[in-house]
Design a protein around this ligand. Sequence first.
Ligand code: GTB
Length: 222
Amino acid sequence: MPPSLLPVITVFERSPDRGKGLARDMRVRWAFEEVGQPYEVRLVSFSAMKEPAHRALHPFGQIPTYEEGALALFESGAIVFHIAERHAGLLPADPNARARAITWMFAALNTIEPPILDLQTTRILERDKSWYEQRLPVVEDRIRERLAELSDRLGNADWLDGAFSAGDLMMVSVLLRLKASRLLDEYPNLFAYVARGEARPAYRRAFDAQLAIFTSQPSTGR
Ligand code: GTB
């Protein structure tokens, strides 16, 4: 096949979340949709992800990756940042406001996402441990601490720093993982913030595109 003229991202051939939009290609799709950049997807299986051809793109054998011409990127944060830098719409023109929006991207990935991932790891991998019931509330309280701080900062604002930016895109993407846990419900302004993100037409288009992959596949009986 000739190389694509459009950016190409890799996504799960069969996402374990069954189309709930929780895999990290979702934030990249959303960024493309916000800036109006068409893109293509290449589906990869779990086994193909660990093959040398995919590892040449992604050293850790994961999705998403991004390819455009001679450029290959991995890490959803770096990919969203790249898209936001190359197109108008996700980062403010004012240098200070731009730096603050980028700061929120880092805050989402480095400060808010880690305790949320910790909760998921605990729930999935540690459920059978004797100390699971003691550990779970500790992990949840660590998340609550961060959510309370974020909630205080957001206050009554629609977005974290003025107009919607890549910082909000990343923060909403990270918080969405909490939807199933009900932790988000404890912070009504954060709950509404996430709902505002999900209501954006660009988010809806991205969500529908990833869901279409799941619904177009024959049922595996899972
Ligand atoms: N830091 C990297 C980034 O931000 O891009 C992390 C990339 C990553 O964890 N990718 C995951 C992956 O490829 C998919 S998103 N995993 C396969 C592997 O490591 O072998 C993580 C994910 C997986 C499943 C669900 N789910 O089922 O809900 C949600 C999110």
